[in-house]
Design a protein around this ligand. Structure first.
Ligand SMILES: [Fe+2]
Length: 156
């Protein structure tokens, strides 16, 4: 069933749809991972990292909504189901239980780096077929790279 008529030709739509779906999954998992660490962090830097993690959650949630709605707008149904996120995320599983502040920072550096690598691939892939989607991906990747910088600076 195709309810929303797409402004893109079929071949481009497939490519752009995959880029948006992949971005959605990574952003949803990033928001979950950042919350998991936000709740479980322990150590002398608890307060600052705990608060910093919620800034990542806010970024990831806002952009996940933008990305999902861009997909819908071009006629691709976004899939944000838990099973889909678990199967397709770029981010490795975070261990259960308390997490030391230093490990929390490293976890976020790794997660953000993994997501940024895949976002940059999506930026390249969408350049020709859909500069509007590419623009969204560029904007959100700038925000992710800013978070990645701040967590890296914490381990300097
Ligand atoms: Fe909280």
């Amino acid at each position: 069933m195709s309810v929303v008529k797409s402004s893109l030709p079929e071949a481009d739509l497939k490519l752009v749809g995959e880029a948006l779906q992949g971005a959605l999954v990574d952003l949803l998992d990033l928001s979950l991972v950042a919350k998991q660490v936000h709740w479980n962090i322990v150590g002398p830097r608890f307060r600052s990292v705990h608060l910093q993690l919620d800034e990542v959650v806010t970024t990831a949630r806002q952009h996940s909504d933008t990305v999902a709605e861009r997909a819908a707008a071009i006629g691709v149904t976004p899939d944000g189901r838990a099973a889909t996120v678990a199967a397709q995320s770029a981010i490795g599983t975070v261990p259960s239980g308390w997490i030391k502040d230093t490990d929390a920072v490293r976890t976020l550096v790794d997660a953000l780096s993994a997501v940024v690598v895949r976002m940059r691939e999506r930026i390249r892939a969408t350049d020709q077929p859909d500069p509007i989607t590419q623009d969204i991906l560029i904007g959100l990747t700038a925000d992710l790279e800013k978070h990645a910088w701040m967590f890296q600076a914490e381990s300097g």
